[in-house]
Design a protein around this ligand. Sequence first.
Ligand SMILES: Nc1ncnc2c1ncn2[C@@H]1O[C@H](COP(=O)(O)OP(=O)(O)OP(=O)(O)O)[C@@H](O)[C@H]1O
Ligand SMILES: [Mg+2]
Length: 502
Amino acid sequence: MSDEVGTVISTLEGPSTMAFSFVISNPKVRKGQFVQAKCEEGLLIGMVTEITRANRYFERAESVAEYERSGGMPSFPTAEWEYSIANVRALGVYSKDNHLIRATFPAAPGMKVEVADEKLLKDFLGFDDCGLNLGKLANHELDALLPLNGLLQKHVSILAMSGAGKSYLSSVLIEELLDRKPENGRVAVVVVDVHGEYLGFKHGSYGQKTKIFDGKKLRIALHKVPPQMFGEFLPELSMGGMRDLAVVVDELKKESKEKHEAYEMKDLINRIEGRKEIKESVKGPMLSWLYQLQRLRLFGKADNPSIKELAQSGNLSILDLSEIDSMKKKQIILAYFAKKLFSARRKGKIPPFMLLVEESHNFAREKAPKGSSISKHVIETIAREGRKFGASLCLVSQRPVQLSTTALSQCNTNIILRVTNPYDIDHIGESCEGIDKSMLGSITTLRVGEALVVGEAVHYPIFIKVRRRKSKSSPKGESIEILAKRYEEMQGKKEKDVEAFL
Ligand SMILES: Nc1ncnc2c1ncn2[C@@H]1O[C@H](COP(=O)(O)OP(=O)(O)OP(=O)(O)O)[C@@H](O)[C@H]1O
Ligand SMILES: [Mg+2]
């Protein structure tokens, strides 16, 4: 049922086909709310862009000063002079035969304005009964059911300052993907978890569907690393050095195929050491970089996990990188497994997947210094080509300004929580289509768990209130207060144990 909230008024600017204003008769009207008003073409749908309150009595400073001096005039009905005006941006019209068209004729002054009918709004915004329920549409009791196609056909970004609720929202998104019924289409979810914020999925109702891969136990089968990937792992290597290395790698690959035995880093290092034709000036640095790779304890004889273990329909795999300090190691892990996932997906060997990358600005940095862009290439490649193959990225970042613009511009849906840094705000405005100035302004005032969704997943940008998560939060993401309390408890317990012992 729709509720009446006001009456369209005639102003200098309107009503026009683009906008109209109405005097508010019901205080439940809010900025961002969707409203409807009848017009000749059908039902005009609009969004409240601003609300202003006015009271002629308080317009004149002398009167207000006098009023204050006399301690107020209780008998004077100042409140009755007050009125509020809502400005509405017209978004479209539901024609009488129920088609959505562009408004070509304005609402008439005097027309009643109602809160938009929720059934209509659902259709208007493109919500889907089988969609992903991320929360409620702000100012409405309507679930924001974002269609899977709109969200993941291409890619999605989740952008916000630290602590605004990115990982919480990502967890809600993952829950929705894990909860999908097979008949509605399920994807595999792979998370690159830099701070161990998703480990809670293993406990509670999603435990059965979750696998955690300890970063320290991850292994890359060296014999499966193509020579050009060595170039990415060793960005310091010159072109000539790269060629020499490729010759040796190809040779070892051939031998290991014949002998059915994988080679290891020490075999590669030994072979290069024994090579007379590689110039000493090239060999020295090449060996030292290979020793560096060896020290990462990442390369072995077989992949762990295998790509099939990593990507399973309706399941979640977490690459837990929280115990790894080396940025280079983290980048190599992402570069290798992302490339494998993409290539396996292209060949149809694994289901469509969503790869969620936390701190994505550290893995695909716009202005990456040499040596720290190992994983940038693969992220940009999946961003550009992934949609054709059902390989979707979810890039999470608290520094959008540092995130590769190539990757960000391919994110066709952007979910933005609170951001206050002006550089990040400008960057979001430039790289996310469909955001206007007033929305950018609102981003700074969002509270934790409130988000703006723009792009393919919705027909029109919307604000949502992210729903409560069902999965358990990670012990690693706990607040300083909880951590401090736990420490005190532990200390107290230790002291009691010592007393009991004495
Ligand atoms: N929708 C929500 N409802 C309730 N609590 C929330 C919501 N979103 C976030 N929170 C709480 O706010 C805090 C910060 O959220 P979260 O860890 O998701 O932020 P973040 O953006 O990922 O931060 P960081 O950049 O530091 O990783 C957490 O304690 C979380 O439980
Ligand atoms: Mg986080």
